[in-house]
Design a protein around this ligand. Structure first.
Ligand SMILES: [Zn+2]
Length: 70
């Protein structure tokens, strides 16, 4: 689960932290004031698949940043 620890998106009780999700997604790419999260290609792929599953189960559109990876 180490790859997911780099992209924290669950509350302490295990629910999906949707309000945190945009920031988590942004951390794949980084932004003007923040570099991307350091993660290997394998870790990024694992995490992207995991996050995509959450979006699918919630019937939410998968963000382009994620769909570009998986
Ligand atoms: Zn998750």
């Amino acid at each position: 689960m180490s790859e997911l620890a780099k992209f924290p998106h669950h509350t302490k009780r295990g629910a999906i932290d949707w309000p945190a999700m945009p920031s988590v997604i942004a951390s794949f790419r980084g932004s003007y004031d923040r570099p991307p999260v350091k993660a290997s290609p394998e870790e990024r792929l694992e995490a992207a698949h995991h996050l995509a599953d959450h979006y699918r189960h919630a019937r939410r559109p998968i963000p382009p940043t994620i769909s570009a990876i998986i």
